[in-house]
Design a binder for this molecule. Structure first.
Ligand SMILES: [Zn+2]
Length: 112
């Protein structure tokens, strides 16, 4: 059982939360300018690393707020928790780089 430290409520059991996919995936600034392949990459392609991964979670049985978690996909260890709109700690800054997902080049995206 994971204990997730909600940045608004404090530590709670994982069953109070829901996973919300990869964090820091910026919505394209002009979706109509994308090719079908670029749009498909935005919709369906996500990183699948062995190790630290930035994820969105919602405290659905608590404050109902979204926040971000850096979780190690090998050990399930939670490395960092931070509020939505914030950047991850410096050692995980690469997980939040714009355009990290193929098909969403930095010049065509805006921060989510
Ligand atoms: Zn909460």
């Amino acid at each position: 059982m994971l204990i997730i430290d909600c940045p608004h409520c404090g530590p709670r059991h994982e069953q109070e939360f829901h996973y919300g996919r990869q964090a820091h995936v910026a919505y394209p600034a002009d979706p109509s300018a994308l090719t079908d392949e670029e749009w498909a990459h935005y919709l369906f392609y996500r990183d699948n690393p062995r190790g630290p991964h930035a994820e969105r979670w919602v405290h659905s049985a608590g404050c109902r707020k979204w926040f971000n978690v850096v979780r190690d996909t090998l050990t399930y260890e939670i490395k960092a928790v931070y509020r939505a709109g914030e950047q991850p700690p410096p050692e995980y800054a690469a997980l939040a780089r714009p355009g990290a997902v193929a098909g969403t080049a930095p010049e065509t995206t805006k921060e989510a």
